[in-house]
Design a protein around this ligand. Sequence first.
Ligand SMILES: [Zn+2]
Ligand SMILES: [Zn+2]
Length: 152
Amino acid sequence: MAHPVDAGGSWASRAAERLAAAGYRLGGARAAVLDLLDEQPCALTAYEIEAALRGRGRAVGRASVYRVLDELDELGLVTRVELGQSQARYEPARPDHHHHHLVCERCGAVVPFDDAGLERAIDALSRRADFDVHGHDIVLRGACAACRGSLS
Ligand SMILES: [Zn+2]
Ligand SMILES: [Zn+2]
């Protein structure tokens, strides 16, 4: 039995192991979604996943994309990112990596960021509040440089 946290391998190979351990066969749809998500710097919607897979000749139907995302979500392998947009986004849950999001309210662009000072401030706040904080999501909304530039 493989150890659940293999410090080596990619996120996709760890996710494939966890899916197999949960009784899922790694068919073409699951493998295609895992490979695609593993390459992303940030979260994608199911629609974007479907379009990207079609673009690389690994077409997977929308229903299958949703099913695979549900499986991954249930196993804690992806993070569901709610940015107040019409569709949820999903990104690989990586224990060693953590980021937050800037969202453009005009074009919908999503930009990942991380900031050590922000993380330290949250740690300090949780101590001050005597609260055992297990997680946090930070979304900053506004206008991206391209949209600001297009304003007259
Ligand atoms: Zn992200
Ligand atoms: Zn924008």
